[in-house]
Design a protein around this ligand. Sequence first.
Ligand SMILES: [Zn+2]
Length: 232
Amino acid sequence: MLAVKPKWSDLLHLFFPHNCVGCGTDILDSKHNLCLHCTNELPVTNFFLQAKNPVEQIFTGRLPIRNGAAAYFFTKESLLQHLIVQLKYCGNKEVGYYLGKLVGNFLATSPLYEQVDLLVPLPLNPRKEKKRGYNQATALCDGIASVWPREVIDKNVIRKVYTETQTHKGRISRWQNMDGVFSVLEPARLQNKHILLVDDVVTTGATLEACGSEILKIPGTIISIATLAYTI
Ligand SMILES: [Zn+2]
């Protein structure tokens, strides 16, 4: 009888099971948080290759950006929504890093973003960040930078005021509410740089607009925007 010698990785898997965050299958290696089937299920926008895409159009006349894109379409009750809930409300920072890598793969294959110098995560309300333990945009940036090497500058652009939930307010009052919320501690670190501002979801773009406007006050700065998801 042939004795089957177990591989070390099989033993590890037995004692430290690793499951897909999407469907729960354990048929995936430790480097992945999503199985191939679930990864292929995510609705790709292809915006990273497309100038004047819907994300860029959000900022037309509001914030002069060089390029802007989201990796996936966000819809309710979808796998992507489940992943974002994991990232934002279930303490699953690792899934943010993994999704960041997926965003980074799109950036790495797009000629439109080649000139980007560094990554800046959209700062979170300090209270929210304390409660969550991390900023989900920073987790995304770290994942992006792991496959598309760029410096991540965190905690230089800061969010000063705690704003209440703004879901029920219109675009104009949202913008007014955002005025003066962001500031930059060391502008010299961003001067003359092309900055990719990163967030999880873009909807009205009000927060990205307010943060981007503050950064653009620094001489020589160029802003591009990348998000994980775009809400239709
Ligand atoms: Zn899966």
